[in-house]
Design a protein around this ligand. Structure first.
Ligand SMILES: *Cc1c(COP(=O)(O)O)cnc(C)c1O
Length: 368
């Protein structure tokens, strides 16, 4: 048996007639860049996220960047975030001229540990950017309380957490702004690059709409210097169709995660992912921690089992200039980077595939 890490083809096969019809409509109306299909998706996605506004953009990285620009964050400002995330989180901070400041994460969820915020705070701190890693939100109440106390903005990097809940509230709806990626492999994925910003603040929404379209208030009238970060019509049409299935697909991911966690619960040297009591995890990534990762990876690869590491090198250890956080170390994030192993996870997985993966992990650990 072969178990890929991710298989987008099975999903396409299941919804193909609908998708082909949706794409044909965009072509018939020649509504390619922005336009009515994007607006339709924005309404549906805002409703899904429990926010008043959603603004479709070209990808998740630009969603994060435009969110910070709209809040007026720039040179001289600091933004507190975590070192165990995808590089895009800090690229967005850099490209508006601000400086990322890292705090360590919680060992159970691998998400921002709010108890470290105080230590990272300076007179230049302007915003906090928690990342809802793997599909589970950070502990938002203490983060929001800290932000309120110190007059900071909160931008949620919800690029891995479409539909995740925090105390009943949707990821992305809790801070001032929430940012999403629709990269094909995300829980809600386009057929190319796309992203969205959600907020319930009308002024921020208007500003982001201008920023993504050359700062225009109307065609060729520029109220500010913006950028071209529009969403494609074809991507919006695909996303509108796929959004209807997202709750069902997230539910399937949860069922798969439960099966994995049950089968792997007593395996020595391996810890299954924890679901915090405050929320609902949507398992964009099902990541276990294991002490003998490299040997296990080889064993799995030899048996046709796909896997990944999210992420092998924490950002403060990357060579790119500007990322090193002085003398600070982040022992929990570093331990996560050394032990995390992502197993195959996608809604269309079959129970026997999960049993195959778990069976081989168990066989490996008893043999070694
Ligand atoms: C995917 C992702 C992004 C970036 O999204 P793109 O659409 O690829 O630009 C940002 N942050 C996190 C945590 C992500 O997983």
């Amino acid at each position: 048996m072969n178990v890929p890490f991710l298989d987008l083809r099975v999903q396409y096969a299941a919804i193909r007639p609908e998708i082909e019809h949706g794409i044909a409509q965009v072509m018939a109306e020649a509504a390619f860049a922005g336009g009515p299909f994007v607006e339709k998706f924005e309404h549906a996605f805002a409703e899904y996220c429990q926010t008043d506004h959603a603004i479709g953009v070209a990808n998740g990285t630009e969603a994060l960047w435009l969110a910070l620009l709209a809040l007026g964050i720039g040179a001289g400002d600091e933004v507190i975030t975590v070192p165990n995330t995808f590089i895009a989180t800090v690229e967005a901070i850099h490209f508006c001229g601000a400086k990322p400041v890292f705090v360590d994460v919680d060992g159970k969820t691998c998400n921002m540990d709010p108890s470290h915020l105080e230590r990272a705070l300076t007179s230049r701190t302007a915003a906090i950017m928690p990342v809802h890693l793997y599909g589970q939100t950070a502990d938002m109440d203490p983060i929001m309380a800290f932000a309120k106390k110190h007059g900071l903005f909160v931008v949620e990097d919800a690029c891995q957490a479409h539909g995740a809940l925090y105390k009943g509230r949707k990821a992305g709806s809790i801070g001032d702004i929430g940012c999403f990626s629709f990269y094909p492999g995300k829980n809600l994925g386009a057929y190319g690059d796309a992203g969205a910003v959600v907020t319930s603040d009308r002024q921020l929404a208007d500003r982001i709409k201008m920023l993504r379209d050359h700062g225009q208030i109307k065609k060729y009238h520029h109220a500010l210097i913006g950028w071209n970060a529009r969403m494609d019509g074809i991507q919006a049409a695909v996303l509108s169709i796929k959004l209807k299935y997202l709750p069902e697909w997230n539910e399937k991911r949860r069922t798969h995660a439960a099966q994995y966690s049950d089968l792997l619960k007593d395996v020595a040297g391996l810890t299954t992912p924890g679901e915090a009591a405050y929320g609902t995890h949507v398992y964009h990534v099902y990541a276990v921690h294991c002490t003998q990762r490299e040997a296990l990876r080889e064993y799995l690869a030899d048996r046709g089992i796909g896997h990944g590491i999210h992420y092998p090198v924490p950002l403060h250890k990357q060579p790119a200039p500007g990322l090193q956080n002085g003398e600070d170390s982040f022992p929990v994030a570093e331990r996560c980077a050394g032990q995390t192993l992502s197993l195959p996870m996608f809604p269309e997985m079959r129970p026997e595939q999960i049993a195959y993966v778990a069976g081989h992990i168990k066989a490996y650990t008893t043999q070694s």
